[in-house]
Design a protein around this ligand. Structure first.
Ligand SMILES: Nc1ncnc2c1ncn2[C@@H]1O[C@H](COP(=O)(O)OP(=O)(O)OP(=O)(O)O)[C@@H](O)[C@H]1O
Ligand SMILES: [Mg+2]
Length: 231
């Protein structure tokens, strides 16, 4: 297999945080490569650096040292405009606590990412398409009837499905999820996992962080983070 088959590659990632006088070294030489259409789970104890790693992979944070390449391109070489585009178009994020906006209804929460970086005219031009796509995603995740509800009117599992729709809105090449079931009971969590599995079968590349080994078994590959490295 040639290197071109990797969607995402990380090489020699180091990251530490300064806590007063002490330095907490979190990542100590992490290497990782994810192929297109893979569903990778990253497991590890609390505090092992899973979120730190995921944020670096999605360019929400920078490593102290090391390289992240997306489709062969070094993220460090991207300018800020290009990086914003990368975060907005190439990757979709799902977080443990959903991060939905309570003032907006479900449909608006889902199509919000299409408004980023657009002028008013640009947005007016694409809003019919955006609303249609948001509606289709909600249907696909079983929330078609909830488009006009506000997030606080939904259960945790429903809110997470809205967050997944929002992450998929711009057709990201990579879906990054940080403990997407961490706040849900096991039955609801399984529903979310089934949604990920289905997306993956349809070709979506996924990297998911979890500390639940049982959940991780649903992924096609499990990677363990310990002592700042991949085991
Ligand atoms: N901004 C920060 N400043 C200082 N220390 C931080 C910061 N972010 C993370 N850390 C520390 O880095 C370590 C790894 O944190 P991280 O959140 O990546 O762990 P995690 O594996 O995601 O844990 P959990 O399973 O509890 O979510 C922890 O010891 C944490 O306290
Ligand atoms: Mg975490």
């Amino acid at each position: 297999m040639s290197e071109d088959d990797f969607l995402l590659e990380a090489e020699g990632l180091y990251k530490s945080y300064q806590m007063g006088a002490t330095e907490v070294s979190v990542l100590r030489g992490v290497d990782l490569a994810v192929k297109k259409n893979e569903f990778v789970a990253i497991v590890g104890a609390s505090g092992s650096g899973k979120s730190t790693l995921l944020h670096i992979l999605g360019a929400l944070d920078r490593p102290d040292k090391g390289v992240v390449r997306f489709e062969g391109r070094d993220l460090k070489r991207m300018g800020s405009g290009e990086l914003n585009k990368f975060r907005n178009r190439m990757v979709g994020f799902v977080f443990q606590f959903y991060h939905l906006l309570d003032e907006l209804n479900v449909l608006e929460n889902v199509f919000l990412p299409t408004m980023a970086g657009k002028s008013v005219i640009g947005w007016l031009g694409s809003r019919i398409w955006a609303k249609r796509r948001a509606g289709e995603l909600l249907d696909r995740l079983g929330l078609g009837e909830r488009a006009n509800h506000k997030p606080y009117q939904l259960s945790g599992g429903e809110r997470q499905r809205v967050a997944i729709c929002r992450a998929l809105m711009n057709e990201p090449r990579l879906l990054l999820a940080d403990e997407p079931t961490g706040n849900l009971d096991s039955v609801t969590g399984n529903g979310i996992l089934s949604a990920f599995e289905e997306l993956n079968r349809a070709g979506q590349t996924i990297v998911m962080v979890t500390h639940d080994e049982r959940i991780a078994q649903k992924a096609s590959r499990v990677i363990t983070l310990a002592d700042g490295k991949i085991k």
